[in-house]
Design a protein around this ligand. Sequence first.
Ligand code: HXC
Ligand code: NAP
Length: 284
Amino acid sequence: MSTEKFVEPLCYDYKYLFRPDLLKGKVAFITGGGSGICFTIAEIFMRHQCDTVIVSRNLTRLQASSKCLENATGQKCLPVKADVRKPEEIKEAVIKALQEFQRIDILINGAAGNFLCPAAKLSFNAFRTVMDIDTMGTFNASKIVFEKYMTDHGGVIVNITSTQHISGVPMQCHVGAAKSAIEALTKHLAVEWGPNNVRIMCVAPGPVEETEGYRRLAGPASKEDILKIIPIRKIGTRCDIANIILFVVSEAAGLLTGSCIIADGGSWMGMMSAVFNQIPPPKL
Ligand code: HXC
Ligand code: NAP
């Protein structure tokens, strides 16, 4: 299969906000790392001297992405095919990663599935599919990486969630249910695995441009419409999210565990203000 259609955008003009050797000697295992936000997380980690393992179902795309990341950063990136819904495949992927690098310091749970669909039209299998990829996938990868490495060596796990469940947006009950379960899981694991020196955090992006999620969910809304509900009037970039996650996995965030950083420019709070801001202010 041609790899030309799998070209992911790189952050060519990346401006370092942290020490360039921040992650020197570390290894990150990133589900969903062949595309979108998680591709950029891999890129920014590698620009900080981390080696990466990118994991998903489409090996052709993973191989194209790995080559592109290695060429851009000079670090190693191992592409591994696995479906996060299948614990045996994740186990194999973790074993391959450990054979190659002998360590996994960071796990990013980014693999996810989404589409717009009203609850009344959603098939039982459609709901289950998103729960399986997002929630089960996060549990599967976390448990396996913990058992095989972090239980003895510590580490940081970052789960990528979203903001749909905070306000119950329409046509997203499958995703809201899956992501809020991940946020609950994060707290439970933070308490159980803290003594093993493992921190577990969530980062919840709002709309992020140049991503599959944005293409699927923006629907007929224009960029101007979306900007109206974002208090800071800026749509997030892949690089914005990657920088926040870089902070979360760094020692600067050493006291953070079991919580969720909402990285959305305030958009989850913006719906009503978009409506009320249309009303002229009262004369004082
Ligand atoms: C309703 C749908 C559907 C749709 C699939 N289904 N697409 N139902 N509307 N648009 C139903 C199918 O009919 C089927 O149910 C069930 O879901 C499983 O579908 P499959 O195609 O067999 O599943 P699978 O091959 O496992 O693919 C999973 C997928 C697919 C989620 C459906 O789209 C995928 O692989 N997505 C990965 C990429 C992705 O979604 N990226 C966006 C992430 S963004 P039946 O009953 O017919 O068997 C994100 C949050 C963004 O997560 C937040 C932004 C603010
Ligand atoms: P994306 O590029 O489609 O990323 C999803 C990734 O998950 C793909 O690389 C896909 O690769 C992988 N994946 C899907 N099902 C899988 C499975 N069963 N096993 C293994 N890998 C699987 O979309 P994105 O928009 O960048 O989203 C990335 C993350 O950010 C997701 O967790 C999403 O929920 C979250 N998020 C995105 C936005 C946004 O605006 N984009 C907002 C909030 C949250 P394969 O197809 O090769 O398996």
